[in-house]
Write a protein that binds this ligand. Structure first.
Ligand code: ADP
Ligand code: MG
Length: 709
């Protein structure tokens, strides 16, 4: 029997070429894809209110009894109305449907329905147009949560719901639960069938939470499995031994002496590169702790041993910055180093590629560029080391591609996200870790304040003052999803795995509007704007103008691109700070205080909940990135570290299918999933007995090259 991943959605009744094409735009091709296309939110139809109590700005659920026979009225050609009256204890409501005369017999007088829609006041009564309706029967309670899906052109909610219902029906016969039963029961997880049914058509809130827990467990579990199996395959390939690992010449050229943590890291790297097992090491340390020089040392070692080194950064501007930092140092050591980015002229690109592939002494030893470097048909004559600067989150998929492309080379990854050990084991299970937990001497502390919106005027004055003194200001707003939840919807992200009530969140500040208003309030300042919908060239241009000081205030939604070093920046303002993970906030704070200027971080939040306040208070009083990360993990679970939660919209690059893991608020779950996966691999290294699992784990690492740029 064909598995759900082998059945095209076109096999579903009613899905033709056109709708299939619409689904394809969302990456949905098979019935399995469709089942794993989760709602973004749920309409809260369970809270039934009286007509008189319904708000006119949001949809409500009302329970009405039909009072008059539905009557058709022709308004004009092609426009028929169907109208009737229905009531509850608070009043009477005219209900209108457009061009749906076939509903005529659906509403017999005296029958009761639950209607869902906007209730408008009309004279002394009420009206609703084209509400959703369900016959009401006291004996059979109606579900209270209705799925709402992300849409694309050519698809409606109704169609998706119908297709999903069909897919669920098919799943009844064909769905296989790939998770071994023993693991499932040990961790009190529901079956996959239950999970998929309830994520789409929840029986109630509790079932939805149970479903979500299982699906999140699976993501971590598959991820860990994928890592564990990939690791086995990679480590076996031989790597060039770099025995000549004396870096003293390089260190002597530095204008400072290394911290103990930097020395330890470099020693780790030296030992790794000496071996013919490829190095797979990540250097983790707060922004500004001095990871770059460790990477430079590794590159230097590769070159000393007749090998080539490549450094890749997530953006062009970061690549350029690394190049500017490193090229002079390498030049002093007699090592040639070139920059290869999208903007590099074609002729220069050709020359660099030829030099990288050269078998003679014209060979280029060091190249610095963006991730495009690896996907752009670049061949290395003598690959030795690939360094990637992640700067932000876990580019896990990139690592997978990289491991693939860099074959037997040594690999070094730099990450500025301090993460708790338990999490590091999960996320970086395939990498050895060097932790730089010490800052170079003389670093200033960034004074941190937590304020609410009533400080707006004072904040404006502060911004003006900093700019007048020649400083620069970052303002970060959380990214806003394509469409925010309606007031009467519950976002899937807010479904907690525990029985707690989701916190009421203050509304989000949109970066675009924010930047405009700021520019109006402070017309004497040059304000730049950067957001996720800009192309990377546009973002680079804005970032460039900020780093050159052309714009004084940078309003931005994306955190990633802020990774550039602008020593002149002395004020970091984070709006809706409650929406960010603490580690994210900590990283943002690290973007200022990098130069001589006294620097500040202001966290703006109107959140009233106890937990939001506690978290922001932690930021105010704690400066240790690891301590902050631990607190974050224990208070919010690992979601923020996985990405796509908190600040929102920070999309995981690459194709790793973390759909829900970013919403995980259970600190335990990830560890349980990882442990279970590891145990399984210990028993059955190639997952020979679990072909389904092997496939699912591999799918986690399905890379999408368009994301790697
Ligand atoms: P990050 O870890 O964020 O990549 P960098 O490597 O860019 O940090 O280092 C930040 C700054 O600190 C750079 O200007 C670098 O020259 C400087 N630096 C690095 N190590 C030391 C040190 N041991 N002593 C003094 N300054 C250092
Ligand atoms: Mg850096």
């Amino acid at each position: 029997m064909a598995g759900l991943n082998e059945i095209s959605i076109k096999k579903l009744y009613g899905v033709g070429e056109v709708r299939a094409a619409a689904y394809a735009r969302m990456g949905i091709y098979t019935v399995e894809d469709l089942l794993f296309f989760f709602p973004r939110a749920y309409e809260n139809r369970g809270d039934i209110c009286l007509l008189g109590a319904a708000r006119d700005d949001i949809k409500s659920a009302v329970l009405l009894t039909v009072a008059t026979e539905p009557r058709g009225v022709r308004i004009r050609r092609g426009m028929d109305l169907l109208r009737f009256r229905a009531f509850d204890d608070s009043g009477s409501c005219i209900i209108t449907f457009f061009n749906q005369n076939f509903l005529k017999d659906k509403f017999p007088i005296g029958s009761t329905f639950r209607f869902w829609g906007k209730v408008e006041r009309e004279g002394r009564g009420f009206s609703m147009s084209s509400p959703a309706y369900e016959p009401y029967d006291e004996q059979k309670p109606l579900p209270s949560l209705y799925p709402v899906y992300r849409l694309t052109e050519g698809l409606s909610q109704k169609q998706i719901q119908k297709d999903i219902a069909a897919a669920l029906l098919l799943a009844k016969e064909r769905l296989e639960d790939h998770l071994p039963d023993s693991i499932r029961t040990r961790h009190s997880l529901c079956t996959l069938a239950f999970a998929l049914r309830n994520i789409h058509e929840p029986e109630d809130y509790k079932s939805l939470a149970i479903a979500k827990r299982r699906l999140i467990f699976d993501e971590f579990f598959m991820f860990a499995l994928g890592l564990a199996t990939a690791q086995k395959a990679q480590r076996q390939k031989g790597a060039p031994r770099c025995v000549d690992n004396d870096v003293s010449t390089l260190l002597r050229r530095l204008p400072y002496s290394l911290t103990g943590a930097q020395l330890r890291t470099i020693n780790d790297i030296r030992a790794d590169m000496e071996s013919d097992t490829p190095m797979r090491r990540i250097v983790v340390g707060d922004v500004g702790c001095g990871k770059t020089v460790c990477a430079a040392a590794a590159m230097y070692i590769a070159v000393r041993n007749g090998r080539q080194a490549a450094l890749m950064a997530p953006t062009e501007i970061l690549a350029r910055q690394h190049y500017e930092d490193m090229a002079p140092l390498f030049a002093e050591l007699g090592i040639e180093c070139r920059l290869l980015v999208g903007a590099t002229p074609a002729s220069e690109k050709r020359r660099i590629k030829a030099a990288l592939a050269a078998e003679d002494e014209s060979r280029l030893d060091v190249v610095i560029g963006t991730h495009a470097l690896i996907s752009d048909g670049v061949e290395f004559a003598a690959p030795g080391l690939v360094v990637t600067d992640e700067q932000h989150r876990f580019g896990v998929a990139q690592r997978a591609t990289l491991a693939e492309k860099s074959k037997s080379a040594h690999v070094l990854v730099m990450s500025a996200t301090p993460i708790p050990r338990s999490l590091a084991l999960v996320m970086y299970g395939d990498l050895d870790i060097s932790k730089i937990d010490e800052m170079p001497p003389g670093r200033q502390r960034v004074d941190t304040f937590v304020v609410d919106d009533s400080y707006r005027a004072r904040l404006d004055v502060f911004i003006t003052k900093q700019c007048a003194a020649g400083g620069q200001v970052y303002i970060v707003c959380p990214a806003i999803e394509e469409r925010e939840c309606e007031d009467n919807e519950i976002s899937l992200a807010d479904i907690t795995l525990f029985d707690r009530v989701a916190e009421k969140q203050p509304p989000l500040k949109a970066a675009e509007v924010y930047a405009r208003e700021l520019a109006e309030r402070l017309p004497h300042l040059r304000v730049g704007l950067m957001h996720g919908r800009m192309s990377s060239a546009e973002k680079d241009a804005v970032m460039q103008s900020f780093s050159l000081g052309e714009c004084q205030v940078l309003v931005s939604t994306t955190v990633i691109e802020v990774g550039v070093n602008v020593p002149n920046a002395c004020l970091m303002i984070v709006e809706n700070a409650e929406r960010f993970g603490l580690s994210q906030l900590h990283q943002l704070r690290g973007r200022v205080g990098r130069g001589q200027r006294k620097s500040y971080c202001v966290l703006v939040s109107d959140a009233e909940s106890e937990s939001a306040r506690r978290r922001l208070e932690t930021m105010r009083t704690t400066y240790d990135g690891y301590l902050i990360a631990e607190t974050d993990l224990s208070m919010r679970g690992p979601g923020d570290f996985v990405g796509n939660a908190g600040g929102g919209g920070i999309r995981q690059s690459g194709g790793v299918s973390f759909r829900l893991a970013g919403q995980c608020d259970d600190p335990e779950l990830m560890g349980l999933a990882t442990e279970s996966a590891r145990e399984l691999v210990t028993v059955d290294a190639t997952l020979a007995d679990y072909p389904e699992l092997r496939r699912a784990a591999a799918a986690m690492f399905k890379t999408d090259s368009s994301d790697i740029s």
